[in-house]
Design a protein. Structure first.
Length: 403
């Protein structure tokens, strides 16, 4: 019988979570509702190790589909169309089959008496906790259309940020891939030909040429072992990162990395302030907002820092004090949040910080790309050029001797 993790709200508004064994997700939901839980989010516990990277929105549902749905839904609600009719229209015109099925299930849940937020919460692979909690706040406050517009704007900015980071990695990944293929072809196919030719000539070879030939022989002899070792290292790192200690260690190293570290920190600050600002301005309680932001931080060190802030606030401290103490967030961010607390404009200040750090990420990505381009070209030239020169040294030597 499968096991499920669940998170829900109690009658008093507190958050609670746990694990339960049941025949289906529907049975888990029914059991939890009997005990008075609401805003239920259920996920089946995975049966094996997965190499899949997390996506915003989850599953096979593209982030762009989710943004378009949210924008269109907000417009239709603002126009006065009933909730069920909106879901029917948007589901019928949805091209993504997986998302279409989800929307029809959401519609059925709403028709059977569930709130819109509860209906969305049954599909955590499509609608994450942030989405569900903001919709719940919109339903309670009677401003669902406004909340959906804010949510769509937030997702668009999150997509832009993600695209920038991916874009910055395309060029170096391509160059390194080309370098690996070129070097592999030279070492496996070209150098053995030269090696045989030099052996037939019987002349003494220069040191660099001997080293390259020996390396080529080693790669050819142990090619399968080398490929297996590379795969094993990658697999081992993934397994290690899947453990709490491994994730914490590697995330700490990522933040301290010479070039990438400052960029990762800026991305984390932008994501933290944008998400929390959106939730606070939408009426979500600060404690709930911090809990959701911590879970979606994407870095264990940042996550623990946010949980520390949440714990300190529950003890009566201001938000800026623990933020300064954790050492993760820059002093400017702490000072601006402190001003936001003092003036009662926390949401506005958080969004201003997010806008500033979005621009900082833009500049950092541009600078990183500009710096890496010449370095990668030099690396490629040195590696490939060095191999070619090493193989031509004996020819130059013989030509000089003949002269």
């Amino acid at each position: 019988m499968p096991k499920y993790n669940w998170e829900a709200r109690t009658r008093t508004g507190g958050a609670q979570k746990g694990t339960i064994e049941a025949a289906s997700m529907e049975m888990v939901e029914a059991q939890l509702k009997k005990f008075g839980f609401s805003n239920i989010v259920i996920t089946e516990i995975g049966k094996g190790f997965s190499f899949k990277l997390p996506k915003f929105g989850g599953g096979n549902i593209d982030s762009k589909d989710l943004v378009i749905f949210t924008r269109q839904f907000a417009t239709m609600i603002d126009s006065g169309l009933p909730l069920v009719q909106c879901l029917e229209i948007l589901a019928s015109q949805q091209e993504n089959k997986g998302f279409k099925d989800v929307l029809y299930k959401v519609k059925e849940s709403v028709e059977s008496g569930s709130t819109f937020a509860d209906a969305l919460g049954k599909h955590p692979k499509a609608f994450d906790q942030l989405y569900v909690n903001l919709v719940a706040a919109g339903e309670i406050g009677g401003i669902l259309d406004t909340i959906l517009q804010r949510l769509a704007a937030y997702m668009e900015k999150a997509m832009k940020l993600k695209k920038q980071i991916k874009g910055a990695m395309v060029y170096p990944s391509t160059i390194m891939g080309i370098a690996a293929v070129v070097v592999g072809v030279i070492m496996v196919f070209v150098i053995p030909t030269f090696s045989k030719m030099f052996a037939d000539m019987g002349s003494d070879l220069p040191g660099p040429t001997k080293v390259v030939i020996a390396l080529s022989n080693f790669i050819i002899k142990y090619l399968v072992v080398i490929i297996g070792a590379i795969y094993g290292i990658i697999w081992g790192l993934k397994k290690y990162y899947a453990t709490p200690v491994g994730q914490k260690t590697m995330d700490r190293l990522a933040l301290k990395a010479p070039v990438a570290g400052p960029l990762i920190r800026k991305v984390s600050v932008a994501k933290f302030t944008r998400t929390l600002g959106t939730m606070v301005s939408s009426g979500v309680p600060i404690m709930d907002g911090l809990e959701i932001v911590a879970k979606t931080a994407g870095n264990k060190i940042v996550e623990e820092a946010i949980y520390g802030v949440r714990s300190a606030i529950s003890e009566g401290k201001t938000m800026s004090e623990p933020l300064a103490a954790c050492g993760v967030f820059p002093p400017m961010v702490v000072q601006m949040i402190s001003v936001g607390e003092a003036t009662g404009a926390m949401d506005t200040m958080l969004n201003k910080i997010a806008d500033f750090y979005d621009d900082e990420v833009d500049e950092a990505v541009g600078a990183l790309t500009a710096m890496m381009e010449p370095l990668l070209m030099v690396f490629l030239g040195v590696v490939v050029g060095g191999l070619v020169i090493a193989m031509y040294l004996p020819i130059f030597k013989m030509a000089g001797g003949a002269g």
